[in-house]
Design a protein around this ligand. Structure first.
Ligand code: ASP
Length: 439
């Protein structure tokens, strides 16, 4: 059995947290490859080391003296090192970092030092081999992650390494300069390593006991999700329900490696298993409900639209030419609507309207703003009867008007549009109907 374990910033924010992670790792000898984040927040208004590094680098770029800022960052690591009683001195590392900051080594280089240094500390603490991610995670000249070259290199590199720490979040470009993934990107590194070593499971240790069936800021104490498929996760994540970086599923997904989201502060909890597919029946008809505010709808009307071939294509071409991505296109006989992110649309609004007039000569174009989309996601809905009926009656009882309905052909989700103002109430009504009082 081989496990890759990634620990997030809050799991490694202090010596006490690192000790918890260490215990988790030592408890199971199959936890052989460790991917750490940079130290995160120790308390709610603390600053993550990654943010301190960005601030420090920006200060260096504007010609400020960074002695104090570097000392604060070094202080964070020194506190960890002494708390873990390690015989490790990062003075020289910090001299190099300071020097390279002054020589404008780049913001990515700056940010990556959080993971790099934490990797050194954790490798020392565990007695594992340290492998610098800059040597094994490759980006191409354009800065795009090179998945195949990385997989090959990393696979060979780790073949004969029994146990290693590989810092998350960064890699290197062909010229050797450091490049990071987007924020939260250590999750991606963990997934890449899991793929390369063909792990049995990719454990992602964080500060929650898995994914929840709904947003805890809206629903009181939502139930955790035991098992979710990659496809369900993608639907929910798209609607903002995230426990990890969205791109982290791709490397493991192609190898069919499950992800287990776990809580470093409650290792006894089983967390959420994210799998390719499963025979396990979901506990409820729906796996989760999530949504987002801030959409708008362009409603186009034209007589005899139904017989006009190419109408939809011409409309969507206008959207494309304006560089906007659309979410849904509900249509009627003589109506065609396009749902878009309001913020993306707002600045191009008049150009889009003019473009649509030129492209399809509509009878009218009407805009509707401040809409929210809610996705009800669940593999259990496939072929289940009455799901939509229950959903609509739950919303009707909550006195909520549904502006749009879209059921994907996979029957994995039903998406509805409501007014922004009704959003929270709608989520609560759906949760109460499908999860709280599910039979
Ligand atoms: N340390 C980086 C961040 O704060 C990456 C990570 O933690 O995954 O975004």
């Amino acid at each position: 059995m081989k496990k890759v374990v990634k620990f997030g910033g809050s799991s490694l924010a202090s010596a006490a947290q690192i000790k918890k992670a260490g215990q988790i790792i030592r408890e199971d000898e199959s936890r052989r490859y460790v991917v750490p984040s940079a130290p995160g927040r120790r308390y709610s208004d603390d600053v993550k080391v990654t943010d301190l590094l960005y601030q420090c680098y920006d200060a260096a770029m504007s010609g400020e003296d960074i002695t104090e800022k570097i000392a604060v960052i070094k202080g964070r690591y020194d506190e960890i090192i002494s708390g873990l009683e390690l015989d490790l001195d990062l003075t020289e590392e910090f001299e190099v970092i300071r020097d390279l900051f002054m020589r404008k080594a780049g913001r990515d280089y700056a940010a990556s030092r959080g993971e790099y240094l934490n990797g050194l500390v954790i490798a020392e603490y565990l007695g594992y081999r340290f492998i610098d991610a800059a040597e094994v995670i490759l980006f191409d000249e354009k800065g795009a992650f090179d998945s195949e070259a990385t997989n090959e290199l990393l696979r060979r590199r780790l073949e004969n390494v029994e146990r290693a720490v590989i810092p998350g979040f960064y890699g290197a470009m062909p010229d050797g300069s450091v490049k990071t993934f987007s924020r939260g990107g250590s999750d991606i590194t963990g997934s890449i390593v899991a793929r390369a070593v063909r792990a049995d499971v990719y454990e992602n240790w964080t500060d929650v006991s898995g994914m929840l069936t709904s947003d805890p800021n809206i629903v009181d104490n939502p139930e955790p999700i035991e098992t979710i498929t990659y496809r369900e996760l993608r639907e929910l994540a798209y609607m903002g329900a995230t426990v990890m970086h969205e791109d982290a599923i791709f490397p493991v997904r192609r190898e069919g490696i499950p992800i287990n989201i776990r809580n470093t502060n409650r290792p006894q909890d089983p967390g959420t298993m994210i799998v390719e597919s499963t025979c396990r029946q979901p506990k409820h008809l729906i796996t989760g409900v999530a949504g987002k505010k801030g959409f708008c709808s362009i409603n186009i009307e034209k007589e005899m639209m139904n017989s006009e071939i190419g109408f939809g294509r011409r409309v969507l071409q206008v959207i494309e030419e304006n560089g906007i991505s659309f979410e849904h296109t509900p249509s009627g006989i003589d109506t065609f609507s396009i749902l878009l992110h309001q913020s993306e649309f707002a600045e191009k609004e008049q150009a889009v309207i003019a473009g649509l007039h030129r492209a399809v000569q509509p009878s009218s174009i009407d805009l509707e703003t401040d809409l929210a989309l809610i996705a009800i996601v669940g593999r259990g809905m496939k072929a289940a009867k009455g799901t939509a009926g229950r959903l609509f009656s739950a919303l009707a009882h909550a006195n909520i008007n549904i502006k749009m309905i879209d059921q994907g052909s996979s029957e994995l989700n039903i998406i509805i549009g409501v007014r922004n103002d009704d959003f929270e109430e709608a989520i609560r009504a759906i949760y109460a109907c499908f999860i709280d009082s599910d039979i």
